[in-house]
Design a protein around this ligand. Sequence first.
Ligand code: DX5
Ligand code: ZN
Length: 224
Amino acid sequence: MSDLRLPKPGTIEISPSILSADFANLASEIAEVESAGVSMIHLDVMDGHFVPNITIGPVVVAKLRKYSQVVFDTHLMISEPEKYAEQFVEAGSNHISFHIEAAREPAKLIEKLHDLGVTAGITLNPDTPVEAIAEVAPLCDMVLVMTVYPGFGGQTFIDSAARKCSEIRQLVGPDVRIEVDGGVDPDTAALVISYGADTLVAGNAIFSKSDRAGAIAAIRAAWA
Ligand code: DX5
Ligand code: ZN
């Protein structure tokens, strides 16, 4: 368990995705982006079933927890998220997003996450319409908008998916964060902010560069 909380809405945050980091040196990779002043780290959990790739589970999250002082923004790309969410909370995740396409009773899982003491997020794939999350989005602390098809880092940003942020902002108002995930770089960052996003996941744009602090500064320049 960890007491860190997702920053309250009203600021723009970068959530570096470790999917493009060196998995053999995750502790130092995380330390490097943390020293650049990020408030959260995006952890991509894939099960080889909901998406065609496999990454990390709660065991790795628990080990990483000892090396990080920032919010673990955990993105579950798994089938049956209700079965595993609690294990990620125990491992030290502070925010958990799960997919509307994967959950049987999303409102119930959001309530469970809140009862467990963490914030909750609903995620929608590029082809999923906003109507699919209309009922549950206002119950969440953050809505996660996929701007690539989930499964891999370094894909091309899908603008039509990002545009859903405007509609979602109307739906949830100013008190829920909107996070965008996939193909975010210094160019697309300004665009997604103009659509209403305030939380930017960036994997390839940060970890493919040897100067991670410089890469983060380049994204921040989109709004600062
Ligand atoms: C994709 C993951 C993303 C991914 C984004 O399925 O959910 O978090 O790491 O990577 P980039 O920023 O490289 O598009
Ligand atoms: Zn992600």
